[in-house]
Design a protein around this ligand. Structure first.
Ligand SMILES: *Cc1c(COP(=O)(O)O)cnc(C)c1O
Length: 481
């Protein structure tokens, strides 16, 4: 209500009560003002009523909610189901204009404002989580793989001759496909084994640059967050190589925002060398539904170029979800989630190590991986190859999700390229293993339950091994979760 309406209200209800109501409203409005002024993630999380007030004010600014609107175009923000309309807080126009996902939409001042505020708040988060010199970013309503594709397609205009992308191997199908879909030829750089860790082969990257010629290489495509025993790429060294040879560098930071180590690597890489863009998933880092990513970088012109290559308008849902989430958590709430995650990583490592030792296995030594852990499954392997995959299906049946069992010798062809030892990031790792990750939102109960169920599975597999004459045990395992 505006001051005029408040004045009228005073004629209906006691003016002292109305003035108190006005004060209360100003409290909410003050928070909105600070957000608009600073464009930063508020330190303290907002009340749901403040968020709803903001969203309703934004929606009222869009033409589909004008009281006197008459639409005679083909896209008028008409929505048949009111359930759908409410699901989107009546923000129906999406974001962007035909030529640019970051452009302002004249029909939708509210949605355009939402988009700009979200990008600004998200940039603030990228900065305070460690990439302090990031200068620009935008939310794009596509998951990480497609967002990487968009980056590669943008680079094509800058390097029309380039055909190859140098890619330190990470066994995740969408990162490989992101390059193939963009029309480029991935050059797989096999990792090197250092202790238990799989790390970037810098010599091989440099050798490939010399062999193929820098101008024929579109970019280096590196990765931070990944499953152990692979660890984040040597970003600083890669960034220096890219600067030296004048080759762009795109970083896949899929779930790296939640780890200060991954963010620090990006900050350092950009400081000492070259990073053109880094891409992160919205759902993996901010606990929102799947469907969005953030493309960020250090050169506003290049990031703008990426946003301009996006054809047409786009869904505002991922932007809306992440804005609501960040306003409700506040910077302090998000940081709290990050520190809980880090603490539980230590707890998970401790529990996994103890469990591994009880079963004659060991926690692989992968100190450079800040999120994912791996324990060997050597004994299981000596029993039979089948036991390793059986453990995987037993865990699945027992509703342990996210724990991956990696057997040896899996062959997998992705977009025409055959990977040996697929999932293990190398042709032949020295043992099969099991992965678990401490990712944002994990609870102590998750760790406790997972370890308990894993213990049960390992015990019953061992029993089976010792009494391999008793098939009843095995059968029971398959049917009783
Ligand atoms: C999740 C993930 C991706 C991308 O997956 P999307 O489904 O496209 O978001 C790419 N690389 C890594 C390492 C990932 O973890």
């Amino acid at each position: 209500m505006n001051s005029e309406n408040f004045a009228l209200s005073e004629k209906i209800v006691s003016s002292s009560y109305v003035r108190q109501g006005l004060q209360a409203r100003r409290g909410h409005e003050h928070l909105v003002r600070v957000l608009l002024e600073q464009g930063k993630c508020p330190e303290e999380g907002w009340d749901e009523s403040t968020i709803e007030l903001l969203l309703s004010e934004l929606a009222i600014m869009d033409s589909n909610n004008f009281l006197g609107n008459c639409g005679v175009g083909e896209r008028e923000g008409r929505v048949a189901s009111s359930l759908v309309s409410r699901r989107h807080y009546r923000l129906i126009h999406g974001i962007g204009r035909s030529g640019d996902i970051a452009a302002v939409q004249p029909k939708a001042a509210g949605s355009s404002l939402l988009n700009k505020i979200t990008n600004s708040v998200v940039l603030d988060v990228l900065k305070f989580t460690g990439v302090r010199s990031a200068s620009s970013c935008f939310v794009v309503p596509m998951a990480t793989g497609m967002s990487l594709t968009l980056c590669f397609l943008t680079l094509r205009h800058r390097r029309p001759e380039a055909r190859y992308i140098l890619w330190p191997r990470i066994d995740q199908k969408s990162c490989f496909k992101s390059m193939v879909t963009a029309g480029f030829e991935p050059v797989v750089i096999e990792n090197v084994l250092e202790g238990d860790e799989l790390r970037t082969n810098l010599q091989e990257v440099e050798r490939k640059i010399e062999e193929l010629g820098a101008t024929n290489i579109l970019c280096v495509h590196s990765t931070t967050s990944c499953f152990a025993p692979r660890v984040p790429d040597r970003l600083e060294e890669l960034a220096v190589l890219c600067a030296k040879h004048d080759i762009p560098h795109i970083v896949n930071n899929a779930y790296g925002v939640q780890s200060s180590k991954c963010m620090h690597l990006i900050q350092q890489g950009a400081r000492v060398g070259r990073i053109d863009a880094f891409v992160q998933s919205l759902d993996k880092n901010f606990m929102v539904p799947v469907g969005g990513a953030i493309i960020a970088g250090f050169d506003e012109v290049f990031i703008k170029e990426i946003s301009q290559i996006y054809p047409g308008r786009a869904s505002a849902s991922p932007s809306l979800d992440v804005l609501i989430t960040l306003l409700s958590l506040g910077a302090s709430g998000y940081k709290k989630l990050l520190s809980e995650r880090k603490e539980l990583y230590g707890h998970l490592a401790q529990e996994m190590r103890a469990l591994a030792e009880r079963h004659g296995e060991r926690l692989l030594h992968t100190p450079h991986n800040p999120i994912s852990l791996a324990m060997s499954l050597k004994c299981l392997q000596t029993h039979s190859d089948k036991a390793v995959t059986q453990l995987g299906s037993m865990l699945f049946t027992r509703q342990v999700s996210g724990a991956r069992v990696i057997p040896l010798g899996v062959e997998q062809t992705v977009s025409g390229h055959t990977f040996h030892g697929f999932m293990s990031h190398t042709d032949a790792y020295h043992c099969p293993y099991l992965n678990a990750a401490s990712a944002i939102g994990i609870t102590k109960d998750d760790v406790t339950l997972c370890m308990k169920r894993l213990e049960k599975c390992l015990k019953s597999l061992r029993k089976e091994k010792n009494e391999s004459t008793s098939p009843a045990e095995g059968l029971e395992d398959q049917t009783v979760p």
